[in-house]
Write a new protein. Structure first.
Length: 107
């Protein structure tokens, strides 16, 4: 069960508001050792976003589950569901549901 973790520092250059630095951390677990449907390999991932301004709280979280499929050496596909939870400036949480499909070409 391969597990990967990556982190980023993101700079947001706002024109009308104060600029912002955000720390992002994403952990992905590939479940293809447990089961595979045809050639589709399942995964689950979670990414959280911490605003580095003031009290440094988690402001967003993304939970994603889906399947990847390698069509060829240069083409990958992904079908996924993503639940994004975001905290507004009024400290209220809101959810966004996303169903997606991606197609990646490698050169």
């Amino acid at each position: 069960m391969p597990i990967s973790n990556r982190f980023r520092f993101q700079f947001i250059d706002n024109e009308e508001k104060e600029d912002l630095w955000v720390f992002r951390n994403k952990t992905t677990v590939k479940l293809d050792n447990i089961f595979t449907i045809s050639k589709f390999k399942p995964y689950i991932s979670d990414e959280f976003f911490i605003s580095l301004k003031g009290d440094a709280q988690i402001r967003r979280n993304r939970l994603s589950v889906g399947f990847t499929h390698k069509l060829s050496n240069n083409v990958d596909t992904k079908i996924f569901y993503l639940l994004q939870t975001s905290k507004s400036s009024k400290n209220r949480w809101s959810d966004t549901d996303v169903f997606g499909f991606s197609l990646k070409f490698k050169f």
